[in-house]
Structure formats: C-alpha cells, structure tokens
Design a protein. Structure first.
Length: 334
C-alpha cells in the first residue's frame, strides 16, 4: 500500500504542477474541454455506437453516461464549494426538479441545520479564526489563496478543469465527473479499437462514416490517455474518501501519524467510520441518505452535513494522538 500511496502522491504532484502552470488559462481550458468532449461524443455516436451489440440496452446506457458526464462537469464548474462566511445552504433545494428527493419515512433530527440519524455520532466542529481573511471557520475548512476565501471541507483548487475550489458542496460532482469520464474513455478505447484498424486502412472496406478518419484517430488517442490518467486520479480520490480524508487531510494526517509515533502514541482519524460508511456519507446515500439511484442520474443532492458538524467514530470528539497546537495551519498546507 505504501508503494500505491507514493504513486498516487506522484500523480498528485503532477496534477498540482499542471494546475499551477495553466492556472491563468482556466476559462480557455473549460472551453477546450467542452469542445473535445463534444467531438468525442459525435465520433462515438457516428462510428462506434452503431456497431455495439444489443442496441436496445447499450444505446440508452451510452446516452446515460454522456448525460451524466456533461451534467456533472457543468455542476462542478457552477456549484460553489461552500464558504465559511455564508449562511447554511442546505435549504436551497426546495422545489427544483433537478434535486433528488430524500428517502421518505427516515427519522431525521435537526442539529444546526444538519440532517443526521441516531446511529451517527455527530459532533459540533471546533472553530478557529483564519489568519488570512479573519473569518471564524469550522474544522476541515481551509483558506484558498486563489479564491481568497475560506472553503468548507476544502479538497483542492482546480483551475484546469473547473476553475474553482473543490469543497463540501461540489466534491461529489467532481468525483462523479471523474468516474463517468473514466467509463466513457474506456468504452471509446475498448469498443473503438476495430474502427482504428479500419481508419488506418487495415481492412479493404471503405470508411463510410461522416466523421473523418483523422478526427476519429486523434480522439481515440486522447481517450486512451484520458482513460489511464483519469482512472488513476479517480482511484486516488475514491481511496481518500474511503479513508475519510480530503486531499489536504491525507497529507496532514501522515504528518500527525509520525508526530504521534515519535511519542509512542497512535494517531486516529476520527472522521474514518469504515470504508463503506465513509463512501456512504460522501455520496450521501444509504439508510439515512438519498436512494442509491442518485449515483446513476445527474441529480443534485445535499451533503450529509452543513460543514459545521461532522460525523466521528463513536465516543470521539477529536482525533486521538493529536495534541492541541500541533495542527497544521494553512501556512504549512499551501
Ligand atoms: Zn480564510
Ligand atoms: Zn480556490
């Protein structure tokens, strides 16, 4: 696992370097990304899709993947991540059709705007004052130097793909976008292989499609590269979610682990409720959240918390093994 972590860290570093170099070109990248995605979709439905088996099943599935891909990309670019200096956003979902319905009949209690169940140990977040913008902010919030605001459950600032921070309210769309992009590029690369040979003149049949061979081949190469890169990135994020950590916390917690070990203690991440529960809470599905189908349709749903309270391991109020004053601040993080 240590090896896998190092590989992930290496990719994280490449991702950050890429973000830094191309930061200023954010909106241009979004435009380019939409153009490339659209060209990919046209190539796929013109060349590959008509040759897929069981069209009654594969056609609706392909359409569903494309709709999810564009919808989650749109949402991750437009839904703000949630800031420490704004009022709770958990009420904004009333009456809009693209919001999924919560399960009916589940027992819910209100605690500072948080919808929670009795099984969860919801604890009020400790607050601290941001040294950069002076805002009082709950734990798991970090200051983004590019947005110049404190972002709830800050994961990272993403200028290349979405041009904003990834935090509490849009992290779910970000991860689902990566997953659907990885599925789409896999299907293109896998089912399109035979057409590559055809485009290269391997078979005697002429190229009968409206899309020119060169466009199909270029998108094919892009899909193959994207499949590798995006699958690794999506796995990195899902692994972090399953561990109950954001990108920032996975680095911080490693430091805390070393500090605690030096004293002969064990650091425990109290947000880690077990792999399955962590994933359930992140996507807010399962017994007390939204139905599982919300993962397969491009619907908006609320996070399980308003960012001012967090679910922790039973009986814990903070991370054991971490002493007051040892917490890393944004000065070290960024
Ligand atoms: Zn701040
Ligand atoms: Zn930001």
């Amino acid at each position: 696992m240590i090896c896998a972590k190092q590989v992930f860290r290496c990719f994280k570093w490449i991702e950050r370097a890429g973000d830094a170099i191309t930061g200023a070109a954010g909106p241009v990248f979004i435009f380019l990304a939409v153009c490339l995605l659209s060209t990919g979709v046209v190539c796929f439905f013109d060349v590959v899709q008509p040759t897929l088996p069981w069209p009654w099943l594969t056609t609706p599935l392909c359409i569903l993947v494309v709709v999810n891909l564009f919808a989650h990309y749109y949402l991750v670019c437009t839904v703000p991540p949630g800031f420490a200096d704004e009022i709770s956003r958990l009420q904004e979902s009333n009456g809009r059709w693209w919001w999924a319905r919560k399960r009916t009949g589940t027992r819910r209690k209100q605690l500072t705007g948080v919808q929670w169940s009795e099984e969860l140990n919801m604890t009020k977040a400790t607050t601290s004052k941001c040294k950069r913008c002076g805002v009082m902010r709950p734990e798991r919030t970090h200051h983004c130097r590019i947005c110049k605001r404190c972002v709830l459950k800050f994961d990272h600032h993403c200028p290349v793909r979405v041009n904003q921070c990834i935090g509490l309210h849009n992290e779910r769309h970000f991860v689902l976008f990566l997953v659907y992009l990885s599925i789409a590029s896999f299907v293109y690369a896998w089912a399109g292989w035979d057409h590559v040979l055809s485009a290269l003149g391997w078979y005697s049949d002429p190229w009968i499609h409206r899309v020119p061979e060169v466009a199909f081949l270029l998108i094919y190469i892009l899909a193959a590269v994207l499949f590798l890169a995006v699958t690794i990135m999506a796995s990195y994020h899902i692994y972090g979610i399953a561990c109950g950590e954001t990108s920032v916390e996975s680095q911080d917690n490693e430091y805390y682990r070393k500090m605690a070990k030096g004293r002969g203690e064990d650091f425990v991440n109290s947000y880690d409720l077990g792999k399955l529960k962590n994933l359930e809470l992140f996507f807010n599905v399962g017994p007390n959240g939204y139905p599982i189908y919300t993962l397969f349709f491009p619907l908006r749903i609320q996070p399980y918390t308003d960012g001012h309270s967090w679910a922790r391991k039973q009986g814990m109020q903070s991370h054991p093994g971490l002493r007051t004053g040892e917490e890393l601040t944004d000065e070290e993080d960024l």
